[in-house]
Design a protein around this ligand. Structure first.
Ligand code: ADP
Length: 158
């Protein structure tokens, strides 16, 4: 029964973490910071169909920006606009969370409305150098992932 499912799912938000439900970085559709939005790239973005596209610098674990497909609506493929240019123009605030962040906390973050996608990071011992380098992104999580947990069902996309 639906109501019971939702109550059970909502209560479970406290116990579960973003690590349990995130989309693994390997499965995320992302673009490099130095890419250009030529016809090929725009066609691939359209084919993939995601609303938000994380932007990485050199290695995928180093997420530096985010594009929203609505930002691309007026682009002319012939202009070959640089991803970097759009990233700097829109400059979306990125939300990074630790992999052990509980889903109820994550939901509170999403409700604040700054971003509906968060980047899940874990401490990585390999890079002990810089302060930032000690963390690497391992996945992405969106509001939809959390809602699916609450209703305990998959949401089929249109
Ligand atoms: P969209 O609006 O792009 O369909 P949603 O926020 O509704 O994205 O999330 C749907 C599912 O797709 C979630 O499981 C989410 O983790 C995943 N997702 C969102 N963006 C990406 C992306 N760029 N690459 C891979 N998976 C993604």
């Amino acid at each position: 029964n639906n109501e019971l499912n939702i109550i059970t799912g909502t209560l479970a938000l406290k116990r579960r973490t973003v690590l349990d439900i995130m989309t693994n970085l390997a499965d995320a559709f992302m673009l490099p910071y130095d890419a250009v939005l030529d016809f090929e790239t725009l066609a691939e973005i359209s084919r993939q169909g995601f609303t938000r596209i994380p932007i990485f610098d050199k290695v995928r674990t180093h997420v530096v920006g985010l594009l929203n497909i609505k930002d691309l609506a007026l682009l002319d493929p012939d202009d070959c606009t640089a991803v970097k240019t759009l990233c700097m123009y829109y400059n979306y605030e990125l939300c990074f969370v630790k992999d052990n962040t509980s889903l109820d906390l994550m939901l509170e973050e999403f409700k604040k409305g700054r971003s509906h996608m968060a980047f899940v990071r874990r401490f990585s011992r390999e890079s002990e150098g810089g302060r930032d380098a000690a963390y690497e992104v391992i996945g992405v999580v969106t509001l939809e992932d959390i809602i699916e947990e609450m209703i305990q069902a998959e949401i089929s996309d249109e």
